[in-house]
Design a protein. Structure first.
Length: 330
């Protein structure tokens, strides 16, 4: 039998999971003939659970278990021991459906046929692998992470250099943004020298902006996965921005209290807290917009939104922080 090229079949299909070096017999052969051939070819076989019987046109017409080879007289023709009511799948069938069929009919290997012709089998170890992967996806689904609406890359299946190619450009964009931001900060040297306390809260502004943005990115990626096109963007954005606004008011009030009490500079505390509120809102909006835009572009927001949204959030938070501070202190 000529081995089909499994690469031509769709990913996660029976055709991509099947093997072709399996025990076979032809109509009219005896048990003795099959045993002799299998003994000679055993080193090349990928499974020995069943013997598949084909006719002259390579159509699958029967199957019997290997144990029948040793429990039947050597001169017995295979037609007398083979099972004719076959359970088969097409090469295009989804792999999870194949595993369901294997469990339903309690068979170790599932034959793959197309227009009657025998192509190969999906073996037991691959069926177990499919079931394990399906279980993992179900567990992730229970945790709120689901791929039903996403066609993003499987991290473990992507080639090593392809992973670098996918991720590096986003990180380089982030690096460029940070360099530009660092140059921007140097223009506020005089303000920092006069009000040193402003410098103390730069890490706070950057961290909290990142934290709020990361939370929203994670939530939106998850919600896109679960709800897909059911998400009403305007309503979704409105709710998340409102929540972020309340959070920013609370954190801003805490910072104001610390600066007013520890540094005894209530006005500077008010300036810092005001700048925090504004930067947090913009960071939240940036995070949501970045995920949504990357998703609409057909790219994976799990890869692109993190670095891109982070650099935009960092740059915006610092620009807003110093702009508000200078505006209020001059």
């Amino acid at each position: 039998m000529q081995s089909p090229k499994i690469e031509k079949y769709r990913h996660n299909s029976a055709g991509r999971r099947m093997i072709t070096n399996v025990p076979m017999a032809r109509v009219g052969e005896t048990i003795h003939t099959v045993i002799t051939r299998l003994s000679r070819e055993s080193k090349n076989l990928e499974t020995i659970d069943y013997v598949y019987v084909i006719d002259k046109k390579e159509n699958l017409v029967g199957v019997f278990s290997v144990k029948h080879l040793f429990s039947s007289p050597r001169k017995t023709r295979i037609e007398r021991v083979m099972k004719r009511d076959l359970v088969t799948v097409s090469p295009e069938m989804d792999q999870e459906k194949v595993s369901d069929i294997a469990l339903k009919y309690k068979i170790k290997d599932v034959p793959v046929v197309k227009a009657g012709k025998f192509l190969g089998v999906v073996p037991n170890h691959k069926i177990l692998s499919i079931l394990n992967r399906s279980l993992q996806e179900d567990i992730l689904h229970f945790a709120g992470i689901h791929k039903s609406h996403l066609e993003f890359e499987n991290t473990l299946e992507v080639p090593f250099y392809k992973s670098i190619e996918n991720r590096l450009p986003w990180l380089l964009v982030g690096l460029l943004g940070i360099i530009i931001t660092a140059i921007f900060i140097t223009s506020f040297e005089k303000t920092l020298e006069k009000h040193l306390v402003l410098a103390f809260f730069v890490p706070t502004i950057v961290y909290m902006s990142d934290a709020i943005g990361t939370q929203l990115q994670t939530l939106l990626v998850r919600d896109i996965a679960i709800l897909g096109n059911k998400i009403k963007i305007l309503k979704y954005f409105s709710k998340q921005i409102s929540v972020s606004f309340i959070i920013s008011l609370i954190t801003g009030a805490i910072v104001f209290g610390f600066v007013a009490i520890l540094w005894k500079q209530p006005f500077i505390g008010f300036v810092i807290s005001t700048a925090m509120v504004v930067s947090f809102i913009f960071s939240a909006l940036t995070a949501l917009a970045t995920v949504f835009i990357i998703h609409k572009m057909g790219s994976d927001p799990a890869i692109g939104s993190g670095p891109l949204a982070t650099v935009i959030s960092d740059a915006l938070s610092i620009v807003i922080y110093f702009t508000v501070a200078v505006a209020m202190l001059t």
